[in-house]
Write a protein that binds this ligand. Structure first.
Ligand SMILES: [Zn+2]
Length: 346
């Protein structure tokens, strides 16, 4: 097994203690202490959502901030029946829901954190059919300059906010559709958990059914205690905090250091970091039929691992039934597949 302790807690302490300037040494080791998304994942969720600031005619990319503002008022604002409106008086709810879904559902949102991670902006995918391609470039380069999108019916993206602002009853009917029928995709773990944990109110987090995350690992997820904590909490988050999640795409992006640490770890020891993945995939599949696509680096840009298939195969070949032992053996098999996919053909 590769000596992860070289990068671990004791090595960090020794490094910091060995320098006259403790502050400088602490700054040097800080990136190694945990995973990039850790601070957002473990931050205390705000009790009161911050209110909307800025002009009323805020740009298109402020959508999430405005929704955050509206959500803060949801439990206290009274919703009028609006029965003088033909929309509510003449159309039944199931027809209205179909209309709402047609207008602002079934899209893929590429989301990104800006302004030092405190603002989430979106681009709407023009090629959702190519979403699994290793290099996926589909959208216009600068959505701030052009809030209108072209291609594949995405022209309705610019109508997201006006429909939501029609009236409070429309808002309350539409908002679960917005979160429940669209795909939310992040290419940064840090921004993703700012959005999921600190920006979205719990009732909206509970609406999301399809989430995609491309996660960069600057080092091995079990390199030290804080990284291990971040890694395991992140996987548990999908199990416990997103009850409607029905499809999860999780892609790991690694550098040379991480890949070396993974491939030089034997599979039995390596199962310590694949076990939380296996446990999460089995739990969400059993509890709510959530399908997880887990991708690691490999030939042609990435290798998707069939975790449920590995789990079932392990159960079949060993004849074991205790869940924990099965998870452990399946995690060893998963580590082997990840290691081999990174090493490539010999
Ligand atoms: Zn796209």
């Amino acid at each position: 097994m590769v000596d992860l302790e070289f990068w671990g807690d004791l090595a960090q302490k020794a490094f910091v203690n060995g320098f006259p300037s403790t502050n400088w040494a602490n700054r040097m080791v800080e990136p190694w202490k945990g995973l990039p998304f850790g601070p957002n994942l473990h931050a205390v969720r705000p009790q009161r959502l911050r209110t909307l600031t800025g002009p009323v005619e805020a740009p298109q990319d402020s959508l999430w901030s405005r929704l955050q503002f509206f959500a803060a008022a949801e439990p206290v604002r009274h919703t009028e029946d609006q029965l003088d409106s033909a929309l509510f008086a003449k159309l039944p709810i199931d027809v209205r829901l179909l209309i709402y879904e047609e207008v602002l559902g079934n899209m893929v949102f590429h989301l990104e954190a800006r302004n030092n991670g405190t603002q989430i902006v979106k681009e709407i995918c023009c090629r959702p059919d190519l979403i699994d391609e290793p290099i996926h470039q589909c959208h216009i380069s600068n959505p701030r300059k052009s809030p209108s999108f072209s291609g594949n019916g995405n022209q309705h993206s610019s109508s997201l906010l006006p429909l939501l602002l029609t009236c409070r009853r429309v808002y309350s009917e539409v908002i679960p559709i917005l979160y429940g029928t669209n795909v939310f995709e992040f290419r940064q773990g840090k921004g993703a958990f700012y959005f999921l944990r600190l920006m979205l109110p719990p009732q909206r987090l509970a609406n999301i059914r399809h989430f995609r995350l491309h996660m960069r690992l600057p080092h091995h997820p079990h390199i030290n205690s804080r990284s291990r904590r971040d890694w395991e909490t992140m996987l548990m988050f999908f199990t416990t905090e997103m009850p409607a999640l029905n499809k999860l795409y999780l892609r790991l992006l690694t550098n040379y250091i991480t890949e070396t640490q993974i491939t030089e770890t034997d599979d039995v020891d390596g199962a310590e970091w694949t076990k939380p993945i296996m446990r999460m995939v089995v739990d969400v599949q059993r509890n709510r039929r959530c399908h997880v696509k887990f991708v690691t680096p490999g030939v042609s840009g990435g290798v998707a691992h069939d975790c449920i298939g590995i789990f079932k195969e392990t159960a079949k070949t060993t004849g074991l039934s205790p869940q924990e032992r099965l998870i452990e053996l399946a995690s060893i098999a998963l580590h082997e597949r990840i290691r081999v996919s990174i090493e490539g053909p010999t």
